[in-house]
Design a protein around this ligand. Sequence first.
Ligand code: 1CP
Length: 355
Amino acid sequence: MDERKAPGTMPPEKKLLRALAGLETEGVPVWMMRQAGRYLPEYRKVRADAGSFLDLCYTPELAEEVTLQPIRRYGFDAAILFSDILVVPDALGQKVAFKEGEGPVLEPITDEAGLAALGSPARVTEHLRPVYETVSRLSNSLPREVTLIGFAGAPWTVATYMVGGRGSPDQAAAKLWAYRAPDEFQKLIDILVEATVEHLSAQVEAGAEVVQIFDTWAGSLPELSFERFALRPVKAIRELLQARFPGLPVIAFPRGAGAMAARYFRETGVRGLSLDTGVSPGWARDNLQQLGCLQGNLDPLLLVAGGDEMRRQARHILETLGNGPFIFNLGHGIVPQTPPEHVGELVKLVQDWRP
Ligand code: 1CP
């Protein structure tokens, strides 16, 4: 029987799925955010031949290839679909471009007229069909012990790019809209909740076994706005997804949530919580691990530095959280200047570790 099609009906065998289900694992499962990307020479080669970054995301053979590259090299326990959180605004009809050395650039939406010009959130999957084809190819080509993770950005984080038009250190444009006209801003969040549920559902139908929701900018919101624009939308997405796919494991990454992580974990009802580097592993063990599976949280710059300090801090995380349920990861994505051999060394350290 295919456990993917009937989640929860029997105990999973894959290590990462077992950790998410709160079951014992032989060793700690490991993958890394942004495990595909510019730090790998084989990625840079495919990227150079692909044309634009979005062309790479929308060409299933190439997106499949770059998803598989880190699996071949390192034997991670999970593969994360190669795509981006900004394919959702692209599918809603907002102009999105990835400029070399500059990151994403969007034509900003700042008012209700801008919202009215967006396409229907119920129909984003039409534009994103190549992404689901990538998922479906991966579902056939991945080694059987590797879990396939689909993903999307959380509504708040995606909204910061849609409103600001680019990455920003303070998310000021989206915040000011949310503070000056919360009910109007809520309309954008509602559109994104619906689009995200459709996008993640299509990934699950194509073969994704777990989904991760990235809320990179959650930590910039004050408590009352965090509740409304970060916690509640992710709770709604989790509920709507599980109404369609009972037992589907959902991981959330509310980066920078601090002590609000406990309420967030409990109230969103997600199965896994991905911790950023700022969260103390001991605090997380005492306050969060009884609520579900934790994931994280080595500083990506320790992976750049390597050496004794990387090993010491990785062991500290393992010794504190490794009794489980736990998935080893970074506190944020791998950065381009990371030496690939440091990744190999860290994966081996985690794979060899036992409580
Ligand atoms: O030139 C290149 O090759 C583009 C670099 C790149 C890559 C490799 C971008 C542009 N996106 C990606 C892939 C990507 N993005 C993945 C692939 C899977 C994997 O992890 O291996 C994922 C999960 C994302 C998610 C993503 N995109 C997030 C959330 C997680 C995070 O890192 O905080 C965010 C905020 C984005 C937006 C984005 N896309 C790309 C860049 C450079 C950015 C950040 C822009 C900024 O705010 O500075």
